[in-house]
Design a protein around this ligand. Structure first.
Ligand SMILES: Cc1cc2nc3c(=O)[nH]c(=O)nc-3n(C[C@H](O)[C@H](O)[C@H](O)COP(=O)(O)OP(=O)(O)OC[C@H]3O[C@@H](n4cnc5c(N)ncnc54)[C@H](O)[C@@H]3O)c2cc1C
Length: 422
C-alpha cells in the first residue's frame, strides 16, 4: 500500500514546529544574518528542552523504537525515525536554515557514529545528547586539497603502540558546527568531532577511517571561522590537529586495512546515505518559505492562483508559481522515498543522492525565481526573500556537490565503481 499521509507522530508535531519556526526563528532571522558568529542561545536552549522532553530534534533516530519492536504484546508501528527527522529539518529550515543548523543534539558527527560505530561506541558517544546542557558535534572530512575527491585526504592517524593511542595530524576546513562542538562554551556540554584520516596515504580510500575526538583534547584547535554568503548563523570552522592523541577505541570501524576493499570509506558513505535526504529536506524548507512568500504577496495584490484551469488559460505568473509548486512537491516525494528506505533498512545510496541533487536544484531555482517574480521586494533587505536566495545555495554544495551526487546516481544506475566513472 502506498501511504502519502504523514504518520500521526509526525502530523502531531507540525503545529509545534511551525510555532517554533515562526516565533523563535523567523523573528531572529535577520538579526543572526547580520551578526554572523553570534550564537542563538535562546533557540538552542529551548530546543534542548524540547528534545529532552520528546527525544526529537537529533540526526540520530530514537533507539527506544527497537525496545518497542522487541515486545511481542505491543502493536507494531512502521519505523519512521528518519522520516520524522526529515520533517523536522524541513519545518525548522522553513523558519531559518542557519539556526536549524544550530539545533543541538546530534549533527553529522553523531550520524557518522550511528552509521559506522559499534553499539558500545553509540552508547559511549551518543547518550550525552540527552543530558541537561546542549551538546554539539561535527564531521570533519574536507581539507584544502580534498573536497569532492575524498581519496585525497591527507590527515593521518598513526597508532602509538606503546600507549595504544592514535596520533592524529592534519587540517580540516569548512566544518559545520565545529566551533560549538570543540570550544568550551559555558552553556554547552563537551562535544566531539568525527575526523576522517588515513591510516596509510598509499592505500587510498581503503586506508580511510573516522576517529571521534573529544572537545578539550590537547593538540586540537579551532583556527578560524568562515564569513559566508548564507547560513551565517551556523559556524563553519577550520580545525587544526597537531599530534592529537585519541584512545584506540575511538576509531569507527576496523583498524586493519584490507587493500582490496574500501570498507573504511563505505562507513563515510553510509553516513551520507542517512544524512543527504535530511540535508535535502532542509533545502526544501527554504524553498517552501520563498514560494509561500510569493503566493502571499501575490494574494495581497489581488492575484490568486487558479489551480485546475487548463495551462493555456493561466497567466504567465500563475504558470510560474504552479511550476515552482511542482518542483517543490516532486523533490519532497524523493526525500520521502529516501528516508522511508533508510527507516526500513533498505540500501538507499541512489535515492539519497537523487533527493539531494533534486533539492539542491529546485532550491536554487525556486528562490531565484521568487526573487525575480517579486522584483524589488525580492531584492530588498526589508524582507527575508533575498536571504533565502543566499541560504538556498548551500544545499547544492555541502554533503557532496550537485555534480558529485549526480556521479553517485550515475554509478548506481550503471553499476560502475568510482574508479570507472569519475
Ligand atoms: C557552509 C559549508 C559547510 C560545510 N560543512 C562541512 C562539514 O561539516 N564537514 C565537511 O567535511 N565538509 C563540509 N563542507 C565542505 C563541502 O562538503 C565541500 O565544499 C564540498 O564537498 C566540495 O568540495 P570542495 O570545496 O573542495 O570543492 P571541489 O571538490 O574543488 O569542487 C569544485 C567544483 O568542481 C566540481 N567537481 C569536483 N569534482 C568533480 C567531478 N569529478 N565531476 C564533476 N564536477 C566535479 C564540484 O562539484 C564543484 O562544483 C562545507 C562547505 C560549506 C560551504
Amino acid at each position: 500500500m502506498i501511504e502519502f499521509e504523514a504518520p500521526k507522530p509526525i502530523a502531531n508535531q507540525t503545529f509545534v514546529l511551525k510555532t517554533v519556526a515562526e516565533e523563535m526563528m523567523r523573528s531572529k532571522s535577520r538579526y543572526f544574518d547580520e551578526h554572523e558568529h553570534e550564537i542563538p542561545y535562546d533557540y538552542i536552549e529551548f530546543m534542548q528542552t524540547v528534545k529532552r522532553a520528546t527525544g526529537a530534534g537529533s540526526l540520530v533516530p530514537r533507539e527506544e523504537k527497537k525496545k518497542e519492536d522487541e515486545d511481542p504484546n505491543k502493536p507494531k508501528h512502521p519505523p519512521i525515525g528518519y522520516q520524522m527527522l526529515a520533517s523536522i529539518a524541513e519545518a525548522l529550515a522553513w523558519g531559518d536554515v542557519g539556526m536549524y543548523l544550530c539545533t543541538p543534539g546530534g549533527l553529522l558527527g553523531a550520524a557518522a557514529v550511528q552509521a559506522a560505530g559499534t553499539p558500545e561506541q553509540r552508547q559511549k558517544f551518543l547518550t550525552r545528547f540527552l543530558g541537561e546542557k546542549p551538546v554539539f558535534d561535527a564531521m570533519c572530512m574536507t581539507e584544502a586539497g580534498a573536497g569532492s575527491d575524498t581519496s585525497a585526504i591527507r590527515a593521518t592517524a598513526v597508532l602509538d603502540k606503546a600507549t595504544n593511542e592514535w596520533i592524529i595530524n592534519g587540517e580540516k576546513i569548512f566544518v559545520t558546527a565545529g566551533d560549538k562542538a570543540m570550544t568550551a562554551y559555558e552553556k554547552f556540554d563537551k562535544g566531539f568531532i568525527v575526523v576522517w584520516a588515513t591510516l596509510d596515504p598509499k592505500a587510498g580510500r581503503a586506508g580511510m577511517r573516522a576517529f571521534v575526538i573529544e572537545a578539550g583534547t590537547p593538540g586540537v584547535r579551532v583556527e578560524k571561522l568562515e564569513h559566508k554568503l548564507g547560513i551565517r548563523c551556523s559556524d563553519t570552522a577550520t580545525i587544526v590537529l597537531q599530534d592529537a592523541r585519541v584512545p584506540f577505541d575511538h576509531i569507527l570501524g576496523s583498524p586493519t586495512i584490507e587493500t582490496d576493499t574500501s570498507k573504511g570509506f563505505k562507513g563515510a558513505m553510509a553516513t551520507f546515505d542517512a544524512t543527504r535526504p535530511l540535508v535535502a529536506a532542509g533545502g526544501i524548507g527554504v524553498a517552501r518559505a520563498a514560494l509561500e512568500f510569493v503566493i502571499e504577496k501575490l494574494a495581497e495584490n489581488g492575484i490568486t492562483i487558479r489551480y485546475g484551469l487548463p495551462r493555456q488559460k493561466l497567466t504567465n505568473i500563475e504558470r510560474e508559481v504552479i511550476d515552482m509548486e511542482i518542483m517543490l512537491r516532486s523533490a519532497w516525494l524523493m526525500i520521502i522515498k529516501a528516508v522511508w528506505m533508510a527507516d526500513n533498512k533498505k540500501s538507499n545510496a541512489l535515492e539519497a543522492s537523487m533527493s539531494k541533487v533534486k533539492a539542491g536544484d529546485i532550491g536554487t531555482k525556486i528562490t531565484q525565481k521568487a526573487v525575480e517574480l517579486m522584483g524589488p521586494l525580492g531584492y530588498s533587505r526589508e524582507f527575508l526573500l533575498e536571504k533565502w536566495f543566499r541560504d538556498a545555495k548551500i544545499t547544492d554544495i555541502y554533503e557532496g556537490t550537485g555534480q558529485i551526487n549526480r556521479l553517485v546516481v550515475a554509478r548506481q544506475i550503471l553499476d560502475y565503481r568510482s574508479s570507472e566513472l569519475r
